[in-house]
Design a binder for this molecule. Sequence first.
Ligand code: UN1
Length: 505
Amino acid sequence: MTKTIEKATTYHNYIDGKWVKSETGRTFASYNPANTEEVVGYFPLSSEKDLKAAVDAAHRAFPAWKKTPAPERAEIILKAAHILESRKEELARNMVREMGKVIKEARGDVQEAIDMAKYAAGEGRRLLGMTVPSELRNKFAMAIRVPIGIIGVITPWNFPVAIPSWKMLPALVAGNTIVFKPASDTPLVATQFVEILNEAGLPPGVVNLVTGSGSEVGMPLVEDPRVGCISVTGSSFTGRKIAGRCGELMKRITCELGGKNAICVMEDADIDLAVDGALWGSFGTAGQRCTATSRIIVHKKVYEEFSKKFVERAKALKIGDGLDPKIDVGPVVSKSQLESVHEYVEIGKNEGAKLLFGGNILTEGDLAKGCFHEPTIFGDVKASMRIAQEEIFGPVTAIIPVADFDEAIEVANGTEYGLSLSMYTKDVNRAFQAIEELESGIVYINAPTIGAEIQLPFGGVKQTGNGHREAGTTAIDQFTEWKSVYVDYSGSLQRAQIDNYEGNQ
Ligand code: UN1
């Protein structure tokens, strides 16, 4: 495949409705992980001063945006859905160039944002509150939702359009303004996403974009007292650090962090279906999803059959530049990610797991220019091994044999994470038992650990999150405060808990 390498463009921050340079004058490059000689673009390496200017703008824009009727705010988000649809291919191709996922999946990522835009736009005519009866006559009781204010949005590179959309679109419909700090591996698609929201008609200052490092932009965003809520998706390490600081500041924080997701394959499962699921779950997005299948817990009666078929299918996967539609698995996002993934292969070998397939960094021909790792399968893995406990975030998966259903559930639940768990079985009783017993925010039956749709809550338990959920109607809960309102139209003082009760008359 020939590639024309154009001279890379320099992009800017977006503050108060204008594209502006960083006051630092510094930039950083975003590279194509399929060919690290290709610079996708240069982006501002911003400072705390740039961040402050963005928060100033979001602060100024908030009162008018809050007063804009929600259905009117939603119209702009619906328009953004239509622009996203018309620019889907362009965004998808840039996403492949920027972070490496294969083109089909990149289109799916943009589609997820389109779905979210349409769904969030519908919320503009709901934003449901509550009315309840008052215990007193001539008194009305209700609770309404109000926006929080400024939301600080900190996002990862693995779903560079979908994840910002999960956060920003519901937050906007709910009447908040935004300061957005995207991952430094994917600033181009983040910039284009902001461009689209702007084109859809957001007033200046409602969405602001500042690129740069976590220490110079991310932490000042967390620290700024005018920012009422931080919504972050990333590693558990980053999430814990931010959440700790937000705890001290009494600031709302919604976290969506790591996972160590598992598929359980029972002896009565449709094995070919489970192999399909395991392949897609383990190696889709080169294993770089928080929902990736990094453990496959298999009943010993079907262990040999499953492992053999799974390895056969993995052997047939085509690795390369995701822009080529024949490619199944693209590169991992960066050289440092490649090293970290490969380190886990060494850890697995040293722990005594059996390497069934893969294990190598790929350097043949053009692959040498990129960050390619072979899909890798370990067998005979013990549940306590590090490769079965720690998030790898790459195309490496571990097959763990178990004796029965109960052990499968125990092993599935036996990590510090709780995002997505799956059960393959034909037995309906077992399926429901699994739904009840698996400790995770998302459970799949006869489907892999990936494939969440935006109309249901997304998030996890234990170290994966802090009790909030993105997407679905729960997205609105993240970005609104409740205001309880009592209207007394009796014309006299009425005392709740007192006037109606005997002895108090
Ligand atoms: C993520 O893994 O970071 O369910 C998000 C899925 C996608 C979203 C994944 N719809 O895999």
